[in-house]
Design a binder for this molecule. Sequence first.
Ligand code: SF4
Length: 50
Amino acid sequence: MAKDVLCAVNSCTYWEEENRCKAESIFVAYHAAKQPTEPEETDCKTFKKK
Ligand code: SF4
């Protein structure tokens, strides 16, 4: 299980100072239909706009 998730998306409700994620858990999924091969091809679906 992931612990101490760091995230730079400061427009998210769950974002805190020092790039901390305060969500209890996060769900990361494919950015597009194809199998990711690069980090940019994954997305946090727990993101919620502030
Ligand atoms: S929920 Fe996702 S996008 Fe939001 S702070 Fe946590 S890791 Fe980042």
